[in-house]
Structure formats: structure tokens, C-alpha cells
Ligand binder design. Structure first.
Ligand code: ATP
Ligand code: MG
Length: 424
């Protein structure tokens, strides 16, 4: 026997017993995004490395150490996309979707980051991304956040997530703040862990995002970005908060929320789970007014978010055993040479009339007993039976598999009616 080839670490298969839950999740997300007037956009999985370096930032974890980067046969440096916003902006600029207009877009698909795999953290994972371009006012930030809240309600996980909100202010105000922050952490240099020492040089704001419990006291006492906002960002943030409050949405002001990507300004938010032992951010987003220009387009205000679908699936699977499982409703059994030849043709005619019917044909054969065993295991409501007797009488036998009811013998037309009446 040959050696077995296994999947790459951190890249998961989603097996048939899980795909229904995934489909349920994806359908719900798409439905809600469409209902807010957002349209789907699709783009490649591989892009030029430069796109991510220029947008996410050279000294972010993602670009520094998490990207799947390789040279293709032409020698171009390419990367598997680690996130969607940069790609969405690239596509938007390239196709003239962003210039002087409003676009509301969503996309869904795999992202790739070379991280240490653990529950809720994978090397290939799925995201839903939602982006709104061309609107500077805080009402659109509010719309985006209210949409996320609706997603959790529709999925029945709204009790398991809380919203954290912050404002990063303008780039200029942040630069001022950065100086104060560096001063503060330099004074407490001895208390910094290794990561934070490195970030003090490269990306000091990210120290605030440290997950190390030993750093928390120092971080809590650090100067607050929210107290250094420029006047316009302050007004923007106040209005956003009023919109959310008037819609009855509760949130926690989190002055340490900074996000791991460089392109954000003003509003940033994360939805965190209250579950322990899990990666706790299920959705993250914010405003990125500088990004379109940074990638070569005309200055365009923008705001968006990304949902990590595996982390939502974990929540759905642990606490809400939603029964989305749909069993085949009919199982077709055929025995005898004539039945085998005519059976599939009959079934095709049935399918023409009953496109909603889930019908599994037992193509594996064997005697009635073996086929009935498989019919039973399939979970189907009825077995449809075609044997020599049925062929000669131009009928199909219908046997109830889950109820104590008499077997019935029906013509093809009667069978169609029978199934229609069961509201398939
Ligand atoms: P984290 O702080 O958990 O590393 P992040 O700030 O790197 O998240 P984003 O780049 O904002 O995450 O991605 C948005 C969402 O995508 C996250 O909130 C999370 O739900 C999900 N996500 C990010 N990285 C991974 C991963 N490696 N595996 C699974 N989901 C992920
Ligand atoms: Mg990360």
C-alpha cells in the first residue's frame, strides 16, 4: 500500500456532516448583506505581494511573518491573500468602481495566514467581508455595525458576543499620540515582553493589543488614544455612538482596541465571544479612509468588516445545535433486469415534475433486503419500489419507512400527485 498523503497543517477539510451547517451560515450571511443593498464581488485568491505590503503594512504580523509568499515561474512575488479588503480595493480601483461613487460590496472565501494552528486559528480560513465605499459620514459606520448585530441575531448567537468599540482618530492625531505612547513605554522598558520590545520600534500601537496577561496592567495605565482624538474624529465618533445607542445596540468602549492592520483610522470595532478557551474575536472592522488613495486610487472614504466563519461555526456547533440536516425524502429501490433498465428513466421523469424532491437512487443493487437496509439508513421518508410485479402492472410501490402505514401502489401520475400533496 502507498503512504497516505495528509492535508497541510492548519488547512481543514469540511466533511459532509458539517457542510449543511456551513451552508446555513453562508446563506444567512448572504441574505442579510443583500437585504442592506450590498452586492457580491469575487476576486482571485493570489495577488502580487506588493498589494498586501503596501496596504496591510510592512511591519504588521501578517506581512512580516504570516503570508504564503512565493515566486511564480516569471519570478514575480505573489502571495495567497491573507485578507480581502486590500484585494477588494485593488479590484475596485482597477475596474473604476470606486471613483466618485458609492459602492456597497461583500465577498466570501478562503484567506491564508501562516499562523500557529489552534482552535479558531487556522492557516486557511473563511471570511465574509463587507465594505462600503464613498461615504464619509458616521451613519454608514453605524449601518455596518448594525448589520453585524443583525447577523448574530439571525444566527441565534447574539447572546454569546459583545461589541467592542474604539476610535483611532486621524493619522495626524495618531502620530502625535504615538510619540506619547513611545515615551510612556520607553519609561517602562524593563516591564515589556519580547514582542512589545520589538513593537516599540516598529509598531508601538500594537503593544496595546498584546494578549499577554503580564502586560495588561502596564497597558491599562498607558495614555489613552481616545483622549487624543482630533476634533473631527471626536464628532464622528460621538455621532456614531448616538446612532448605535438610539438603535438600542450595546457596546463596550475599549480604548486598547487597535487592530492588527495599518490602514484603519477613526472607527474600529470587534465582536468578541464570551466563550472561554476559544479565539475570541469573531468579527473585526473599521474605517479606512486612506487606503484607496494609498493603493493608487482617488481619495475615497471607506468602512468595512470581516467575519471569521470558523469561529462562528464553533459558536453555532457548541451552543445552538440547529438541526439543519435535511434527509433524503425518497429512496428508490429497483430489482430485476427490466426494472433496472426502466428505473432511472422513470426517476428522471419524476425529477422533471418534482424539482424540489430529494430522491436517492439505490444504484448499488442487490436483493430487496439489502436495498431496504440502505433505504432505512438513508433516513428517507418513503421507499419507492420498482420490481417485476410493479413493472407488469405499470405501478410503483410506496412504502412508509418511518410510519406504521400500509404500503400503497400508485401509477406514475398518482405518485407525482402523492408527493406533491406531501408538500415537498
Ligand atoms: P486575531 O486577533 O484573532 O488574530 P486578526 O486581527 O488577525 O484576528 P483580522 O485580520 O481582522 O483578524 O480578521 C478578521 C477575522 O477573521 C478575525 O476576527 C477572526 O474572526 C478571523 N481570523 C483571522 N485570522 C484567523 C485565522 N488564522 N484563523 C481563523 N480565523 C481567523
Ligand atoms: Mg491575527
Amino acid at each position: 500500500m502507498s503512504a497516505i498523503i495528509q492535508a497541510i497543517r492548519g488547512m481543514n477539510d469540511i466533511l459532509p456532516d458539517q457542510t449543511e451547517l456551513w451552508q446555513h451560515l453562508e446563506t444567512t450571511l448572504k441574505r442579510v448583506a443583500s437585504s442592506y443593498g450590498y452586492q457580491e464581488i469575487r476576486f482571485p485568491i493570489v495577488e502580487k505581494t506588493e498589494l498586501f505590503a503596501r496596504s496591510i503594512g510592512e511591519v504588521t504580523d501578517i506581512v512580516e511573518k504570516e503570508m504564503y509568499t512565493f515566486n511564480d515561474r516569471n519570478g514575480d512575488s505573489l502571495s495567497l491573500r491573507p485578507e480581502g479588503t486590500a484585494v477588494c480595493v485593488r479590484a475596485g480601483i482597477e475596474h473604476g468602481l470606486l471613483y466618485n461613487q458609492i459602492q456597497r460590496l461583500w465577498y466570501m472565501g478562503p484567506m491564508f495566514r501562516h499562523e500557529r494552528p489552534q482552535k479558531g486559528r487556522y492557516r486557511q480560513f473563511q471570511q465574509l467581508g463587507v465594505e462600503a465605499f464613498g461615504i464619509a459620514s458616521p451613519e454608514i459606520d453605524a449601518e455596518i455595525i448594525l448589520m453585524t448585530a443583525r447577523l448574530w441575531r439571525e444566527l441565534g448567537i447574539d447572546q454569546q458576543v459583545v461589541l467592542h468599540l474604539n476610535s483611532l482618530g486621524s493619522l495626524a492625531a495618531r502620530a502625535q499620540y504615538k510619540i506619547k505612547l513611545v515615551e510612556y513605554f520607553t519609561q517602562h522598558h524593563a516591564a515589556l515582553d519580547e514582542d512589545s520590545t520589538r513593537r516599540l520600534q516598529t509598531n508601538p500601537l500594537r503593544i496595546l493589543d498584546s494578549k499577554n496577561p503580564q502586560m495588561q496592567a502596564l497597558i491599562t495605565a498607558a495614555p489613552r488614544l481616545l483622549e487624543h482624538l482630533d476634533a473631527e474624529s471626536q464628532t464622528h465618533f460621538d455621532t456614531l455612538r448616538k446612532c448605535l445607542e438610539s438603535a438600542g445596540l450595546r457596546y463596550t468602549l475599549n480604548p486598547c482596541l487597535v487592530r492588527g492592520l495599518d490602514y484603519y483610522n477613526r472607527t474600529v470595532f470587534e465582536w468578541m465571544t464570551t466563550e472561554t478557551g476559544a479565539q475570541n474575536t469573531v468579527c473585526a472592522g473599521g474605517r479606512y479612509d486612506g487606503l484607496v488613495e494609498q493603493l493608487g486610487g482617488a481619495a475615497t472614504p471607506a468602512v468595512g468588516f470581516a467575519v471569521g466563519l470558523e469561529r462562528i461555526i464553533n459558536l453555532l456547533a457548541t451552543n445552538n445545535p440547529i438541526k439543519v440536516g435535511q434527509q433524503p425524502q425518497a429512496y428508490f429501490i429497483m430489482a430485476g433486469d427490466l426494472a433496472k433498465v426502466q428505473g432511472l428513466a422513470l426517476i428522471e421523469r419524476l425529477r422533471n415534475h418534482l424539482p424540489q424532491l430529494i430522491l436517492t437512487v439505490d444504484c448499488a443493487g442487490g436483493n430487496f433486503k439489502t436495498q431496504f437496509k440502505r433505504a432505512d439508513k438513508s433516513g428517507a421518508t418513503w421507499a419507492l419500489i420498482l420490481g417485476d410485479q410493479e413493472i407488469s402492472s405499470h405501478k410503483i410501490a410506496v412504502k412508509y419507512l418511518r410510519e406504521q402505514k400500509e404500503q400503497v401502489l400508485l401509477s406514475e401520475a398518482e405518485l407525482i400527485k402523492f408527493i406533491e400533496q406531501q408538500k415537498v
